[in-house]
Each structure stands twice: as C-alpha cells, then as structure tokens.
Design a protein around this ligand. Structure first.
Ligand code: AMP
Ligand code: MG
Length: 413
C-alpha cells in the first residue's frame, strides 16, 4: 500500500496470479484442442517422415549411371517401374535402370538419387537425363524431421495450425490439454441498453460486455456474454448464482466505484471473498478481485468506463486467464519505444496511455498518443495498437524520450 492508500499494480497482479492455477487437464480430439495449451510432453511413436520418399516428381537412379549426364552428353536409361505416392510394389532398382517416381512415393532400395522431371525428357519407357544429381538428391529420409521417439511438442505449447498439423502427422488423434477457461462476462448499470433496443433518455449501449467477451476470446478463453444487469442487488445476486456453476472465471464491469448505486461492490463483498481496492493506475483505479462459490471461482470486478475496463483486463484478467489456460508466457510483448511528443503523467500511478506504434527506420518504434486520457474515449482505444506504460514515479515525458509500450496485437489492432 502506498502512502495515499493506493495499492500498487504489481501487488494486485501478484494476488490475482496467486489465486489462479492451470485448469485440470483433459483429453481432447485434435480438432477440439485448437487454441488450448498442451498439458503433456508429446513424443512420436513413428519417425517423420515414416519412410524414405521422393521430394520431386522425377526418376529414381543410381549415381554411377548418370554421373556424366549433361545437356551435351545426355544419358538414356530404361524406365522399369512407375512408383506413385502410396505405392507398395516391391521394387529394387538394378544398375543401369531407372524408375519413374512421384512426390511422396517410397524410394525403391538401390536408389541413390532422384533426378527431377525437369532435368529429363519425361520419357515413360526410356528417359533421357541431361544433368547429374548430387548423392541423395531429392530423397527425404525417414526420421529427418523427427526420429522415432523424439519429442514433438512440450507441455505449455499452444496448439495452432502448425502444431495441430504436426500432431496429426505423428498420428496423435487425442492430446491432453488444459481446457480453455469458460468466462462469464456481465455488465452492470441501469443506464445500459442491449444492442437492438432503442436508446431511451439517459441511456447508453452496453459496450463492455462485448469488448470484454472479445478480449477473453482473444486471450484464448471461451466467453459467455450474459449482457446487461441493472443496478439492483437482488437481480445481480440471482444472475451470479445462475451462472457460477458453468464458470471458470467471472468478469463484471461497472458498479465498483464509490457511487450510491455501486451494487457490484455491495453484492460481491457479501458473497465469497471479493475485496475492493484503489489500485495505483490510470485508467482503472477501482478494482475488485476475489473468489466465489465452493470451487473458488475467480471474480474480476472491473470499473465501468469502457477504456478502464479494457485496460484492467490487460493488466489483470488476461494474465490470469492465460495462467488458467496453461500458458507459461502470461504477458503481452513489451517493446522499447520513442515518444513522438511530450506529455504529463499522474504522480504515484502507473499510466497506460493509448498509443499508435509505428516503426521508423531511424528511430525504431515511435509511440504517438491517441486522444486524451478520458476513460470514456473508446474511439481512441479502438485506434490504438499499444499502451505506453508510464511508471508510477514519472510525471513528465519529453518528446523523443524513450519508454516501454505493451503491444496490443490481435484483430482490430
Ligand atoms: P461505473 O463504474 O458503473 O460507475 O460506470 C462508470 C462509467 O462507465 C459510467 O459513465 C457508465 O455509464 C459507463 N459504463 C458502465 N458500464 C458500461 C458498459 N457496459 N458499456 C458502456 N459504458 C459503461
Ligand atoms: Mg454504474
């Protein structure tokens, strides 16, 4: 706690991370495992490739038969077989002969190289070869990608297209992964209106449940948007009770400041062990965090201003969801940047400034501030692709000074 009663960002994050753990592993079919983090070290029970095969359409030859082949002195060889991909014919290549072979087809024993089709006349019963291949040319050796028994992917690897493809190539149809956290996202506020409804007087559309559910998905979680809950303690209690059972985490927005109708604070203080803090950051100062229910489901009560809720998500919820998902790297990439212009930052608070990051061949990555510090300025957030992180003790920023920015990558950035 600082002298002004604010809780340091790192202390809040440390508490959050100490209360969440990777979700218990389960076995999933490969297609369903997309986006999950592996919970096992996978080895391969087959070599990759499984057998020697051709990397080109061409002709299997022995080196001594084609050693002198050149455009001026072509070599003609009888073609004694046609080997397609998938062929199981038992063929042995004898001296003085060749076999037509396709990409991926098994290399017949006795072969020392494959001559690509382009170096030949493409003959079917006899082939004329105009160039000598190097020993072993265009032969993909069994196990050259991975030997039998070799490690394929280690626990903690996230499964994207290439990783799923590799597991499939190794014949693994099911893998142990950490499930993707199921997150219930709800917005509180009696001024909020669901999309599709007309806007009445003093009403605004609910932006946060959409933004936060999307942020959860971008962090690899499964998000269920409950939508709008009015500032009514009984209704909020009911909604939380209804959804707790299906959740690995709950994210709420709004109702955590010191206003008269800050019902989230009121309700969550009573159930579970949710506590509320003034965290030394800007935006995003009011934060609630704790656990609820028998399963100790983590609950993040974020402030209602749309920019504050998204910045709070970046600072606390995203790392927690990644830990629950089984990731080892919990944090966004931080890059050194040069500031395009001068600015000020509040003393004693870590400021997250919406910036546009652009690389400049001379200066490196340049960060240009977008919009003002107002936490309602969503257009500026939507135009930003980074957050400049101004340390607590820095109050003045000079143009051309260096700093550190969090890179927000993902669709829309
Ligand atoms: P609160 O944290 O409930 O005091 O809300 C702070 C500000 O954020 C108020 O101006 C609210 O109207 C606004 N706000 C709260 N929730 C949302 C939401 N889901 N979408 C857009 N704005 C919101
Ligand atoms: Mg409110």
């Amino acid at each position: 706690m600082t002298s002004d009663g604010l809780r340091p960002v790192d202390e809040h994050l440390a508490e959050v991370l100490s209360r969440v753990a990777p979700l218990a592993p389960l076995e999933l079919g490969l297609a369903d495992a997309h986006g999950s983090y592996l919970a096992e070290d996978v080895t391969t029970s087959i070599p990759l490739p499984p057998f020697d095969n051709s990397s080109m359409d061409g002709y299997a030859v022995r080196l001594e038969d084609v050693r002198d082949a050149s455009p001026g002195q072509p070599v003609a060889l009888p073609v004694v077989a046609d080997i397609a991909a998938g062929s199981t014919a038992a063929i042995r290549l004898q001296p003085g002969l060749s076999a037509r072979i396709m990409t991926g087809a098994p290399i017949p024993p006795g072969t020392q190289a494959v001559v690509p089709l382009e170096w030949t006349d493409g003959g079917v019963t006899q082939v004329v070869i105009t160039r000598a291949p190097d020993p072993g040319a265009y032969i993909r050796r069994a196990g050259e990608d991975l030997a039998k028994g070799a490690p394929v992917l280690s626990a903690g690897t996230v499964l994207g297209a290439a990783q799923i493809g590799l597991l499939a190539a190794a014949g693994r149809s099911r893998v142990m992964v950490h499930p993707r956290p199921r997150v219930i996202v709800l917005s509180t506020g009696s001024e909020l209106v669901e999309l599709g409804e007309p806007l009445g007087q003093a009403q605004i559309y609910d932006a946060n449940s959409y933004a936060l559910a999307t942020a959860c998905r971008e962090a690899g979680a499964q998000a269920y948007r409950v939508g709008v809950v009015p500032d009514d303690p009984a209704r909020l209690t009911e909604v939380l009770d209804d959804h707790l059972i299906q959740a690995d985490a709950i994210v709420t927005s709004g109702g955590v400041s010191v206003g008269a109708y800050d019902v989230v604070k009121q309700v969550l203080r009573q159930v579970g062990s949710v506590r509320f803090h003034r965290v030394a950051m800007q935006p995003g100062m009011p934060q609630g965090f704790g656990v609820m229910g028998d399963d100790h489901i983590p609950v993040f009560a974020l402030p209602g201003n749309p920019v504050s809720s998204l910045v709070s998500f970046e600072a606390f919820v995203r790392p927690a969801l990644l830990r629950m998902a089984g990731a080892q790297q919990l944090h966004r990439a931080l890059v050194p940047v040069v500031l395009a212009e001068a600015g000020r930052s509040p003393a004693g608070k870590r400021q997250y400034v919406r910036v546009r990051l652009a690389s400049d061949p001379q200066r490196g990555v340049v960060a240009t501030r977008i919009g003002g510090p107002g936490s309602h300025l969503m257009a500026a957030m939507a135009a930003a692709n980074g957050l400049l992180i101004v340390p607590e003790d820095v109050t003045e920023l000079a143009a051309g000074a260096t700093g550190v920015a969090m890179v927000l990558d993902g669709p829309g950035q």
